[in-house]
Structures are given as C-alpha cells and as structure tokens.
Design a protein around this ligand. Structure first.
Ligand code: NAP
Length: 500
C-alpha cells in the first residue's frame, strides 16, 4: 500500500485531466497529481484505436486554445494524430512526472475532520487531496450488450473501444453490432479486408457528408508563422458548429429548414449508393435529426453497398458458437464479432464511488437526476469539480471548448480559495436545485427529448447528459466563479488537518 498527500488530485489524463494539469500549473499549484488507471495519457484517444477512428469535430477546434497545433495533417485527423497531440501537450507542459500511472481509482471519500478527500485505488493505495477534479470523461466505460449465448461464441469478440490488433480480419466473416459514431468509421475501414461483413443495425443514423481535406504544407507554414490566421480558422469552424445548434434547440422556421436539409442530405447519400428504394428505405431514420448524435461520413453507405457487406435489420435473438441468429430465424455465420455498441454514458458517476459530506453516496444523490451547477459542482461534495460532467455533453460542438470553460471557473475558484483563506467550498443546495430545474425545463423542448432512445437519456427518462443551449451561452454563464453560490469554511486551503 502506498500513500501521498497533495493539494489537488486530478482523476484521468485525457483532454480534461491534462487541461486541468495545465490549469494547476498556471494557478501556481505546485502540489498536484494526475491519477491515471492506464499506462499512458490520452483517455478516449488512447483507448479507441479501431481502424478508421477519427474525431467528428475538426481538430483545429477540437484541441486546446492554449496549445494550437499548426501541423494537423487534415481537417479530421485520425486517432493516432490526436493521441500524439495529447502526448505533446503532456511533454510541453512537463506533465509526465505529475501523472501517477496505474492508479485505478475505486473510491473518493470526503474526510470532514481533515477537510480533504481520501482517494483509494483498487489496489488499496491512498492519496489525500484538499481538492479533486474528476476528469474521467463520459466515454470511458464501454457498454457491452448481454446477448443470450454471447459467452458461447467460439470466435473472437471484442468492443470497438478495446480493438484487438492481434486478431486479423483478413478473409474472415465479421459481424459489427451497431451503426453509431464508432461503427460508421470502422465499417468502411475494414470492409475491403474481410471476406464477408454483417452490419447489425438496430436504428439507422442520420448522416451528413464529411468535408475532410488534407492540409497543404503551405497552410501549415502559414499557421506556424502567422498563428492569428489559425485562430481565425478556429473561430470560423466554431461559428459553423455553433450554427448547427439552431437545428437542435429551436422550433421555428430556421430549425425546420435545417432539419429538412439534414434529412435531404442523408437521403441523397443513401440514394447514391442504394438505387433500390426498398433497400434504401431501411437505412432512413425515423427519429428527428440530432436526437441521436448526427454522424458524418463520405464512405458509410458506399461501404454498406459493397457486395461482401450485408446490413442486417432483423434484431439479434441469440449468439452461439458459430454466429448470430436474428429474429427472422436466419443464422449469420461469423469468425469475429465486433461490438460497436457505445459507452455507459448515463451511468454516472460510475465506475467511481464518491462519498461526500455526511457519508452521502453521489450515485444515490443523482439517482433521480444528475443535478449540478453547470455540470461542474455538486452540493454535499466540497472541493470537488467535474469536467465534461452531467448536463454538459454536446451534439454540435467541441467538448474541449466546454472543458476549457469549466477549467476557467475551477481556476478562479482555486485562486479565490487560496487568496481569501477558504479551506472548503460547497455548492448551495438551492443553487443546484434551481440550476437543474432550469436544465430540465429547457432540455424538454430540444431535439434530444423529441422521442428517440439515445445515450443522452437515462433509464428514468431524464436527459441529464446534454447542455440544452449554445456553447457561447455556456461560456458566458459558467466561466466565472460566483462565491455567493457556495457555502465556505475558513482556513488555509491545501493544509490537511492531521486525523485525531
Ligand atoms: P453509440 O453512438 O452509442 O452507438 C452504439 C450503437 O450500437 C448504436 O447503433 C446502437 O443502436 C447499437 N447498439 C447498442 N446496443 C445494442 C444492442 N443491444 N443490440 C443492437 N444494437 C445495439 O456508440 P459509439 O458509436 O461508440 O459512439 C458513442 C459516442 O462516442 C458518440 O456519440 C460520440 O460522442 C463519441 N464518438 C465520437 C467519435 C468522433 O468522431 N468524435 C467517434 C466515435 C465515437 P441504437 O441506436 O438502436 O441504440
């Protein structure tokens, strides 16, 4: 068993955790640690290595504003480039020595007498910290369906987020379950290698063309020597993405026109690959565009139309040693089964256990609704901040932007606590209630509550995951730390009272 005492503990080393590390350095916090369960930084961009993996937000926007990269090779670079970028940020800010690798957090418990958090790993190691930033990310827990007989499958089965690079797909009969953001990237990437590919579709997605272009060398030089031009480009992308929110948030003429345009674009893409209207009809979604994440691809439908690819629309009944039987009694023989079935997003705060003041378990506190203040703080859980927390997910813009807004507020809170001799701050219950009520009232009129099933919606029917506004509004309202929203106890921040 190993232990340590720090001012600030950051859980996770993806975009959020690394951004928090930079914020800590900028705030002059010398005593901080980044706790990472894996052996490398990068979060979701370290874990998702499936063929074709890329971001669906252009990287000039999906990157830190303080660490612009003139070297992006194209508008939507592939996963290795994004992972390398995060490693470079880690190096440039000398964060490596701050990361404690292999520390898989099990429990985070508030010790009232000592005014600190006790963070315990699955191995029993303990870190005491005056403050904690949870940056575990919403896409860190793969969701694996429990199809009857799945364990009987004699071939290889793995989740898209745990890609088995040691399993060759060449000349194999492969099944991919799912038609979401991961499947739409990996299916075109593997279709030519396999003998046969069955794509098991439960719900077809809305798909827009992907405007992906290589970045010419001259432009990379230009951005390197005239960084303001790159900033202009970043803001242009930001404005374009923000514009998309009109289709998701509003109800008026513009929203309807944008929705119709999205529908038309998908239909045009489908018709180009599937001239037979009967087959094409099975690929057209029935839910409102945006209700599930809007996808972008130039090769999804052409991949599905390949002679060795079948879209299976009958539901999966059971798995056996040799493949999958669907509800139409057909047996699909498979050598390899890929589960592109997404992540346990609404299961927060799982897989971590947070025990706050008075022994309150956060999972119970959030049972009826994941109430927070701008997804950042929670009543009953002092000195604890979340990045990309509940109610801050997006369907249209860069989550890195949201993380940076959250870090602005956290940085200001920490500065306030250190300069005003505040040992702990805790969100007022009434602030949390009002904040959550507003979120729920507003989300009810958005596309995400328009009647599809998606990972934005929890089992109890609440849309707790998504920010129901523009990111500009979020920036305006959430960037500042407002002391009047918090209960405070006086004392020196960072000084952990010894236990009696
Ligand atoms: P996802 O969007 O949740 O898609 C999961 C797919 O699996 C859906 O088609 C779903 O069908 C299907 N599925 C789940 N359980 C099933 C079951 N029991 N039987 C049959 N089908 C089942 O997951 P994802 O594709 O991994 O993407 C998750 C999120 O990750 C995205 O929304 C996005 O935010 C992020 N992501 C981003 C990028 C990027 O480019 N930035 C790339 C990959 C992922 P239903 O639709 O019927 O539920």
């Amino acid at each position: 068993m190993d232990s340590g005492v720090v001012e600030l503990a950051i859980i996770g080393s993806g975009f959020g955790g690394l951004g928090a590390g930079v914020m800590a350095i900028e705030q002059g916090i010398d005593s901080f640690v980044i706790l990472e369960r894996a052996k490398a930084v990068g979060g979701t961009w370290r874990d998702n290595t499936y063929p074709g993996c890329a971001c669906d937000i252009p990287s000039h926007l999906y990157s830190f504003s303080f660490a612009q990269n003139s070297e992006w090779s194209r508008s939507y670079p592939a996963q290795p480039e994004i992972e390398e970028y995060l490693e470079r940020v880690t190096d440039n800010y000398r964060l490596h020595s701050r990361v404690r690798f292999g520390f898989d957090v099990a429990e985070v418990r508030w010790l009232q007498e000592q005014t600190c958090w006790s963070i315990t790993s699955h191995e029993g190691d303990i870190v005491l910290a005056s403050a904690v930033i949870s940056a575990t990310g919403p896409l860190s827990q793969p969701a694996t369906p429990d199809f009857p007989g799945l364990s009987d499958f004699a071939g290889e089965v793995f989740h898209s987020a745990n890609w088995r690079h040691d399993v060759s797909l060449d000349g194999k009969k492969v099944g991919v379950v799912g038609t979401g953001a991961s499947a739409i990237q990996l299916v075109p990437a593997i279709a030519d290698d396999v003998e046969h590919l069955d794509v098991f579709q439960r719900t077809p997605p809305w798909v827009l063309p992907r405007d992906d272009r290589p970045a010419p060398l001259w432009r990379r030089y230009l951005y390197q020597w005239l960084p303001f031009l790159q900033r202009l480009h970043r803001w242009r992308i930001y404005a374009r993405q923000e514009f998309l929110s009109l289709a998701f948030l509003g109800k008026g003429k513009i929203a309807n026109a944008m929705t119709e345009r999205i529908k038309q674009e998908t239909k045009t893409l489908i018709d180009a690959s599937f001239p037979d209207p009967e087959i094409a009809a099975a690929l057209v979604p029935t839910f409102k565009p945006g209700c599930k994440r809007l996808l972008i691809s130039n090769d999804w439908y052409s991949a599905l139309a390949k002679p060795n690819v079948d879209v299976v629309t009958a539901s999966i009944e059971r798995v056996d040693a040799t493949g999958i039987t669907t509800s139409d009694d057909r047996h699909h023989e498979l050598d390899v089964l890929v589960l592109a079935t997404g992540f346990a997003v609404t299961d927060f705060p799982s897989p971590l256990t947070f025990i706050g003041r008075n022994g309150v378990n956060l999972a119970e506190h959030w049972e009826d609704g994941a109430s927070t203040d701008f997804g950042i703080t929670v009543s009953g859980f002092p000195n604890l901040w979340f990045l990309a927390g509940p109610g801050t997910g997006l369907g249209h813009n860069s989550i890195v932007f949201m993380i940076e807004v959250q870090l602005q507020q956290i940085g200001r809170a920490l500065r306030y606590m250190r300069s005003e001799s505040v040992a702990s701050i805790e969100l007022r219950q009434e602030v949390e209630d009002a904040s959550y009520a507003e979120l729920q009232r507003r989300v009810a009129t958005t596309v995400w509550a328009s009647g599809c099933s998606s990972w934005y919606i929890r089992e109890n029917g609440r849309v707790d995951t998504i920010w129901p506004g523009t990111t500009t509004e979020y920036w305006w309202r959430a960037r500042r730390f407002a002391p009047n929203r918090y209960l405070m106890t006086a004392g020196r921040f960072g000084q952990i009272t010894p236990s009696r």
